[in-house]
Design a binder for this molecule. Structure first.
Ligand code: ADP
Ligand code: MG
Length: 278
């Protein structure tokens, strides 16, 4: 039997850190327009591990690009601390799936220091200290002077995470950062990210098409249906963590999410959404 779903909402008085309101995203090329998302709304609160989950093509990356300020909504708005997102900024730092997101001519240390210096956040000495701290946090101190091409895929992603967290962004944006890794490394990286979150409580907006990954990492999950991306449901998943993967409750939750994602075209009714917070 599936557990009854329950929604735990933050107190109404707490303002969301990031608010997406009726966000419609489109790509125009010549006469052609592709609608990537249609009127998607969600609120991310301080300390959330908020996951956008849905099949390929449902607009997850587009939403993350919009949150990053790289893609302007055709309709609706995204705000961070009440201010409309209009361009990229150091308050929103992204980690992508691709292993080539690190300039190959910079060492690990130089890669992590670069945005700190380029954004004029820190002087060289402080930037070096901050970089050393985060390189240590992701377990790469011995590789601080190595170049990216000498590192494994998992190590490159650790550098990207260190570089992002060193910036102390308001919100860390991650677009399927572990999707190109082998299954074991992926699992390890999920654990490491969870541990980093336990320590630092950063706010995370995480994109994945993996139901298991969403349940393991997220405390709240937005389910999106594709073409164009629409909200199917929003669920609460804080009770699942790194070590609940094999449990019956976890499996049941994964099954129910699968049913919600692939079970029909319509948005779940609000009453149903109340019930489907896992
Ligand atoms: P997801 O990350 O969930 O797989 P995307 O946000 O990448 O989805 O894409 C959503 C939709 O927008 C898809 O139909 C995709 O083909 C389209 N799309 C994405 N990027 C572009 C682009 N640069 N130009 C035109 N269409 C795009
Ligand atoms: Mg994508």
């Amino acid at each position: 039997m599936a557990q009854p779903f329950q929604v735990v909402r933050p107190p109404a008085a707490v303002e969301p850190l990031l608010r997406a309101q009726d966000v419609t995203l489109e790509y125009r090329s010549g006469a052609r327009t592709v609608r990537a998302t249609d009127s998607v709304s969600f609120d991310v609160y301080q300390g959330d591990r908020f996951v956008l989950l849905g099949p390929s093509g449902c607009g997850k990356s587009s939403l993350l690009k919009a949150a990053g300020g790289f893609l302007a909504p055709t309709a609706g708005s995204i705000t961070v601390n009440g201010a409309r997102v209009a361009e990229p900024g150091p308050d929103r730092v992204a980690v992508f799936q691709e292993f080539d997101q690190l300039p190959p001519w910079k060492t690990v240390r130089q890669n992590v220091m670069f945005p700190l210096l380029a954004s004029k956040r820190l002087k060289r000495k402080e930037a070096a200290e901050r970089a050393a701290h985060w390189i240590g946090k992701v377990g790469l101190s011995r590789f601080a002077d190595a170049y990216p091409h000498t590192l494994s895929g998992g190590m490159k992603q650790r550098v990207a995470i260190a570089r992002a967290l060193a910036m102390q962004p308001e919100i860390l944006l991650m677009d399927e950062p572990f999707a190109a890794l082998d299954a074991l490394t992926r699992r390890t990286m999920q654990e490491e990210l969870g541990l980093l979150w336990e320590e630092t409580r950063f706010t995370l907006l995480f994109v994945t098409h993996s139901i298991e990954e969403a349940l393991v990492l997220g405390n709240r999950i937005l389910l999106l249906s594709p073409h164009p991306g629409r909200v199917r449901a929003e669920i609460n998943s804080h009770q699942f963590g790194l070590h609940s993967g094999g449990s019956a409750e976890f499996q049941a939750a994964a099954q129910r999410i699968h049913g919600l994602l692939f079970g029909g075209d319509e948005r779940a009714a609000p009453e149903e959404q109340e019930r489907i917070a896992l």
